[in-house]
Design a protein around this ligand. Sequence first.
Ligand SMILES: *Cc1c(COP(=O)(O)O)cnc(C)c1O
Length: 360
Amino acid sequence: MGRIYNFSAGPAMLPVEVLKEAAEEMLDYKGSGMSVMEMSHRSKVYEGIIQEAEKDLRELMNIPDNYKVLFLQGGASQQFAAVPMNLMKNKVADYIITGQWAKKAYQEAALYGKANAIASSADKTFSYIPDCSDLPISEDADYVYICENNTIYGTKFKSLPNTKGKDLVADISSCILSEPIDVTKYGLLFGGVQKNVGPAGVVIAIIREDLITEDTLPGTPTMLKYKTHADNASLYNTPPAYGIYICGKVFKWIKNMGGLEAMKEKNEIKAKLLYDYLDESKLFKGTVVKEDRSLMNVPFVTGNEELDAKFVKEAKAAGLENLKGHRSVGGMRASIYNAMPYEGVEALVKFMRKFEAENL
Ligand SMILES: *Cc1c(COP(=O)(O)O)cnc(C)c1O
């Protein structure tokens, strides 16, 4: 049995090196006589794991001291509620709707206050990023919200919106650690780790300290207050301990590779291989406007649903799995996150060329 190339949008591939190391440490983590799954989150040895993970993440993302790093649970979807509950002081927030995840966050915020959809690309099935240079930002908006990389549609904000001085909140679930990012441009960043960093069950939130207050909406559960977790260094209750341990290994893996600049370069080379082929292909077509293409998620179609289905089936038989597009858009989608090797994309393009020759 060999490993396949898994193009799933998430949970997604993890680096083989990380999986091997975890396997080696499974029964006896560094002489502790137990696995990381079995140890107290209050133990010295676990404290070392979570503290080192935070330190490495801070180094990788160049996170300033006035930002807290939190390891949370509940998935990115829980942040759709946590964000308004913690930040909606005026009960007003502006949302840019670039896909389903942004829309879900917007709908959740509307439960707690006035959520304004100030821009949207719904008119063209979210195949582009709207011009965000001069939006009607609400005077009393508590924040402006974006989903920075749209996992389902394959678009990415290449420049951040002009928030006219308001704090920017971003869901970076599907682009976290894929390239360098200027944390100081955001008030709050969050991402589920199962796309690009680790096992499902961990959410990383990076929040500027002045946004962490007691002044949350009435009824905000203790567990959804950022302050609860910030005051306790992510150890208020039992954290997703094993997941954080794997994330820590992935941070080291990226550091060893040369950090986020090196990661970006690798990701650009991988994405270019696939996009260049899509641009020359007579059978396959990318669905996103070129300027807004994601480095991580690449949706494409043949224009014929039966042929799409045939492609997905034959690709799977060739060891290229999970290429079916999201159920809401159809077609195909190749997710090529950090852990997808160049060879995987190469194998995909080779297979696509063969399929094109056979089916055109
Ligand atoms: C996957 C994804 C989510 C949902 O994450 P969960 O952890 O399943 O809640 C939210 N936003 C984006 C951008 C995603 O890619």
